[in-house]
Ligand binder design. Structure first.
Ligand SMILES: Cc1cc2nc3c(=O)[nH]c(=O)nc-3n(C[C@H](O)[C@H](O)[C@H](O)COP(=O)(O)OP(=O)(O)OC[C@H]3O[C@@H](n4cnc5c(N)ncnc54)[C@H](O)[C@@H]3O)c2cc1C
Length: 380
């Protein structure tokens, strides 16, 4: 085996699993149906320290390493990719990025309150006119005295409807390209900040996704991440590496869960006088699902290990995200196929899983974008 799970990691996973069995699984179907953000469950997640999972101990969190975070994200997504996204957007996209790139003062001020779940964090990169082409963002930041004035709209932002603080990417001057991009810590209470509409989504329905609208939003200069202008593109790219490993791990967890349901069902459901598992065409689906899940697991753990060693994980993260996220959709579709019409009915978990699965090949850079990154490296 290429990886080993330590006793400490086993305890973290078991804690999460017990919590999910008790609090998440029983209400999963209802929350999905209603598109409900379950505040009571989120409060429990905070008590158990899950919002500190990507934030170093020094700043009130309990981050061990990216491998442990991948294990945690994978396990969480087996139960609820929605709640894993709530955790990831706050702890990883906001917290981990700030922990790596913020000044000491910024980290001391914001990380402990996010690590405890007292404040919910989010990360605003995507704009209505800048998705895959993220560097072309047009939210502006203008220095006026001791403040920056931000104007623009961020869209599809996980946790925005419930966010207390956001990492926001904005440009000082679009003609400077990536060199003009800066990252700001923007509190939802700052003048000129408003959470726009909340989206009604196909999947991840318990994870609130919405807009951040900045209209002459006044941000103190102390909230320029890293304390220096022009570092935003660097923060963004390194943040995407970690996000892709986290997102990949979640798609792996969801795929594993869909597979578990499909295997169980194939052994129970009888047609033509025996379990459908006995049919070779069903076995092909089962065997392919299991093999692809195992392959994705190795790619993700490898990318996490590179991050943990401080290496350049860009290519490894793209391989892992591309394969695992596309695999997740294939596995979810086959899990529904194995369930026949029952898989199409909401009472069966695989129905929700197939809807949840689609986002993984879109968010954090689409599968097409991952292929572009991979080819960029292969050409060199
Ligand atoms: C549930 C959810 C949560 C999200 N959370 C966040 C978040 O927390 N923070 C955040 O900043 N963003 C978030 N996003 C946004 C997400 O990352 C973007 O939507 C995604 O990167 C794609 O951008 P787009 O939707 O504008 O698609 P587009 O960039 O318009 O792409 C449309 C299609 O064209 C393809 N395409 C584009 N360019 C190329 C190219 N050069 N070559 C080939 N194909 C191409 C794409 O692959 C895609 O298939 C979230 C989105 C969702 C749905």
């Amino acid at each position: 085996m290429l990886y080993e799970i330590s006793e400490e990691q086993r305890i973290i996973i078991d804690t999460l699993r017990n919590f999910c069995e008790k609090m998440v699984k029983p209400v999963e179907e209802e929350n999905d149906k209603e598109g409900r953000y379950p505040e009571d469950i989120v409060k429990e997640m905070a008590k158990l320290g899950f919002f500190g999972s990507a934030i170093p101990e020094k700043y009130g969190g309990n981050f061990v390493d990216y491998f442990t975070l991948a294990l945690l994200s994978e396990e969480f997504a087996r139960y609820s990719p929605s709640l894993a996204t709530v955790m990831g957007a706050s702890s990883l996209l906001f917290g981990n990025n700030l922990a790596r790139n913020g000044t000491e003062k910024q980290k001391e001020k914001y990380l402990p309150i996010v690590a405890t779940g007292e404040w919910m964090g989010c990360m605003g990169l995507t704009e209505p006119g800048a998705g895959s082409d993220a560097m072309s963002l047009s939210t502006t930041a203008k220095k006026v005295g001791d403040e920056y004035i931000l104007n623009g709209t961020k869209t599809f932002i996980s946790n925005a409807p419930v966010g207390d603080v956001a990492l926001v990417y904005a440009t000082l001057d679009k003609s400077l390209g990536p060199k003009g991009i800066c990252t700001f810590i923007v509190e939802s209470g700052f003048e000129g900040y408003s959470a726009g509409k909340k989206f009604d989504k196909m999947g991840l329905r318990s994870s609130p996704t919405g807009e951040i609208i900045l209209e002459d939003c006044r941000v103190p200069k102390e909230n320029l991440v890293g304390g220096e202008e022009g570092l935003g593109a660097k923060h963004m790219i390194s943040g995407l590496d970690t996000e892709r490993v986290g997102w990949g791990a979640m798609s792996l967890g969801l795929a594993q869960s869909a597979f578990d349901e499909a295997l169980k069902y194939s052994l129970e459901r009888e047609q033509f006088g025996g379990p459908i598992f006995n049919f070779q065409m069903v076995q092909k689906m089962i065997a392919d699902m299991a093999t692809e899940i195992e392959a994705a697991r190795l790619l993700i753990y490898n990318a996490a290990a590179i991050l943990d060693k401080g290496g350049n994980a860009r290519l490894a993260a793209s391989y892992a995200k591309l394969f695992s996220c596309d695999m997740c959709m294939r596995v979810a579709v086959d899990a529904v196929q194995i369930h026949g019409s029952y898989g199409y009915i909401k009472e069966f978990r695989v129905e929700r899983m197939m809807r949840d699965a689609k986002i993984f090949s879109i968010g954090a850079g689409t599968s097409e974008v991952q292929r572009m990154i991979i080819c960029h490296y292969l050409r060199k």
